[in-house]
Design a protein around this ligand. Structure first.
Ligand code: 7TS
Length: 441
């Protein structure tokens, strides 16, 4: 157990809280060979359930991943053996809870190769992380007439906060269009950069098309014209190795629940000078150093941005999820999904009347959106659930402008993760053939 220094307000001063104030060694996490998929699946209790009398085939990990036993256990152990609030109590289990939460922060920081764990701010999810930047950094730095560049493939959570900021400030929004194949029009991005944007915000990987965008190149180009870059990593952090220092990204946002962790915890990573200069997002307990009736001063990073009692069990669960992914090795995770998506594209192309959206397998992660004839994607999802126990997502996937780009109201979407097997893709394909029969194609 480490000891925790406290200042007069009872806030952790972080001096000895595990790792929070230390620079992190940048050695790569060892990449052991992955366990066979069948062995790995037994780590996920939910994969044993049946729906409509058939084994669950869960193909909706882009919406939220399933959780391994290790994550569930880590959260239970917290609740059963050291449940207490953090940064407050000068007693053993509160110090234990504080240390566990800060250890989780260090794990997350190492996972994304951050220089310091104080650059990792715990939020509720990607959406809150983006809103934090839009309010705190945006209100202070974006002015009337300033340009913000986004893309046509953004999730609503990387679109609406910037619309709100533009409405507050009079900033302009411009959008990088998407090709018919689901790739960004980088020629138009080049042209937009000539207009000297203040901010570029884009998704690392599309939750609809699966497209993996060339983030490193796009960030370097944005920096060359003096723009700050926010990367939406909701779909990339769970599935690819990501190194924030190699990317040189200014802000990175992601969610715990899509990377084997619990709901209710997300991350904002930021460059330290940017975070230090930013005013608080929300006010309340924990984020202050001193409070008077009419004014207050702020706590150090990362707590300046963590008002109120945080999601302690969820942070601990996220730390366990990171441990689990490190054991698999993110290169292996990516390779597994790349193989699955190549297999899925080949199999889906054998289904008559099926249209697939997005690029070839080498430019995408484990997400495939499709439509089948004129069957409504919601009907398709219901049939797959009823007939073969396959869970897929149907709808606009919180990307309505992208749907509009392809003249679609909705698509069906299958998405994969570490526990997905080829046999499950075969079951999906069987289900699609059944749907064709039901609709008498
Ligand atoms: N950005 C991207 C690219 C996403 O895919 C999502 C969630 C978010 C942001 C928002 O994440 P949240 O955790 O804050 O909700 N995407 C999806 C999806 O594709 N289906 O359900 C949620």
């Amino acid at each position: 157990m480490t000891t925790t220094a406290h200042n007069q307000t009872g806030q952790s001063k972080d001096a000895n809280v595990v790792g929070t104030d230390v620079s992190l060694p940048q050695a790569d996490v060892a990449q052991p060979s992955s366990p066979p998929i069948a062995a790995l699946r037994s780590d996920f209790p939910i994969l044993n359930i049946q729906v409509h009398g058939k084994p669950l085939v869960y193909l909706d990990s882009a919406a939220s991943s399933q959780k391994p036993q290790a994550v569930l256990d880590a959260m239970n152990v917290y609740y059963q053996t050291y449940n207490a609030n953090v940064h407050r109590g000068v007693y053993s289990i509160s110090e234990e809870a504080t240390a566990a939460m800060e250890r989780a922060r260090v794990k997350v920081a190492r996972f994304i190769h951050a220089r310091q764990s104080k650059q990792v701010i715990f939020t509720r999810n990607t959406t809150e992380s983006i809103n934090l930047v839009a309010f705190s950094w945006g209100n202070a730095n974006i002015h009337a007439g300033d340009l913000i560049i986004l893309t046509e493939m953004e999730h609503h959570s990387n679109l609406v906060p910037w619309q709100l900021l533009a409405a507050r400030t009079g900033a302009r929004l411009e959008f990088v269009p998407v090709t018919d194949d689901g790739l960004l029009r980088l020629d138009i991005y080049d042209a937009l950069l000539k207009q000297q944007p203040k901010l570029v915000a884009f998704t690392h990987m599309s939750n609809v098309l699966g497209t993996i965008n060339p983030a490193q190149q796009m960030i370097a180009q944005a920096h060359a014209v003096g723009a700050i870059v926010l990367l939406d990593g909701a779909q990339s952090i769970p599935h690819l190795p990501v190194d924030v220092q190699a990317l040189d990204v200014d802000f990175l946002c992601f969610s715990g629940h899509k990377m084997l962790g619990p709901t209710g915890i997300g991350v904002l990573y930021g460059k330290r000078d940017l975070l230090e200069a930013m005013p608080p997002f929300m006010g309340g307990g924990d984020m202050i150093r001193t409070v008077k009736l009419r004014e207050s001063t702020w706590n150090d990073l990362p707590w300046k941005f963590e008002a109120g009692t945080p999601a302690i069990a969820e942070a601990v669960g996220l730390g366990a999820a990171v441990d689990y992914l490190n054991t698999l090795g993110m290169e292996h995770v990516q390779q597994h999904e790349q193989e699955l998506v190549a297999y899925a594209l080949a199999q889906l192309r054998t289904v008559p009347d099926l249209t697939i959206y997005g690029p070839e397998a080498d430019k995408r992660g484990g997400v495939v959106s499709f439509t089948l004839g004129d069957i409504h994607p919601h009907d398709l999802a219901s049939i797959l659930d009823q007939e073969v126990g396959v869970a897929i997502r149907a709808g606009h996937h919180c990307a309505q402008p992208l749907m509009e780009r392809y003249n679609l109201a909705a698509t069906a979407r299958a998405s994969f993760y570490v526990y997905t097997m080829r046999e499950e893709i075969d079951t999906l394909v069987q289900g699609l053939h059944k749907a064709r029969q039901i609709f008498s194609f």
